[in-house]
Write a protein that binds this ligand. Structure first.
Ligand code: ADP
Ligand code: MG
Length: 275
């Protein structure tokens, strides 16, 4: 393993796209595992009631597991729910449980409902004696209060885009929500990274979609594209990321390259002025 140039501050990325099945969870866990493999300390916050990120990281998340639900609704300290993935001592996970499905509604009547994750995370980072290089937040496929909590807590937005028809559909709604968040809740949030996922090099369509997204977002789209790969989709059923499951597969190699780009692609200094 190589050691990487890390900045010393914690970069908080929310992995969001209100479309389901575009590779949010796959991207979150595999980027996190890739970052951990090069020596970064990484926390994954699983904000999806389905708990797929917790599963892929091999972290128990049955109904009685203390989870992000307890943090958001009952103000548990984040430190009390965090588990370490069996994959790496550098890879931490704040698991989701099925209770989180109710949080979307329960949050509506709570004080500071949009800031609950941010407050918990700030509190956790302040008390931490070890460094933490990255926090990756895996969002559910909606623009509800859970996703808004992620947008309020994050510095950076990472959008996975699936290389298929209608790839750009819904993106303007997503970016509109981001502008609303910047204006009212979190001026430091910005779109830092777009990752093209499930790329099938044999189809012209994938190429066309990739070209189109790069035209719209020349600075944000990573050079690396994630190929469609059976190994990537098999890994979660073994409670593993593809980095651990088959580190030499094309998908694992691509995710590791994307992670290196994310480390280098630290554009926060171009976007200061928020906080
Ligand atoms: P989301 O979190 O956006 O709903 P997922 O990450 O769960 O999306 O991915 C949706 C489905 O596509 C999952 O079954 C996942 O295993 C599969 N998948 C994601 N990325 C790839 C890939 N690169 N190759 C093959 N299958 C993939
Ligand atoms: Mg998901």
């Amino acid at each position: 393993t190589t050691t990487v140039e890390l900045t010393g501050r914690t970069r908080v990325l929310t992995v969001s796209n209100q479309k389901g099945g575009v590779g949010k969870t796959t991207t979150t866990v595999n980027i996190a595992a890739s970052l951990a493999a090069v020596g970064a300390r990484v926390l994954v916050v699983d904000l999806d009631p389905q708990g797929n990120a917790s599963t892929a990281l091999g972290v128990p998340h049955t109904a009685d597991t203390p989870s992000v639900y307890d943090v958001l609704i009952d103000e548990f300290p984040l430190a009390d729910i965090i588990q370490t993935s069996p994959e790496s001592p550098n890879l931490l996970c704040a698991p989701s449980t099925i209770h989180l499905a109710g949080a979307e509604i329960e949050l509506v009547s709570q004080v500071a409902r949009e800031h609950r994750l941010r407050t918990a995370l700030d509190d956790y980072l302040e008390r931490l004696d070890e460094r933490l290089d990255f926090v990756l937040i895996d969002c559910p496929p909606s623009l509800g209060l859970l996703t808004i909590n992620a947008f309020t807590a994050a510095h950076e937005l990472l959008i996975p885009i699936q290389c298929e028809y209608y790839a750009l559909e819904g993106l303007s709604q997503l970016l509109g929500t981001v502008r609303m968040i910047q204006k009212h809740l979190n001026p430091r949030l910005y779109l830092s990274t777009i990752l093209l996922t499930m790329y099938d090099a044999r189809t012209r369509l994938a190429q066309q979609v990739a070209d189109e997204v790069r035209q719209h977002f020349p600075k944000e789209v990573l050079q690396t594209v994630i190929p469609r790969s059976v190994r990537v989709s098999e890994a979660p059923s073994f409670g593993q990321t593809v980095i651990a499951y088959d580190g030499q597969s094309a998908g694992a190699i691509a995710y590791r390259e994307a992670a290196v780009e994310i480390i280098a692609h630290d554009t926060a200094h171009q976007n200061e002025g928020g906080s």
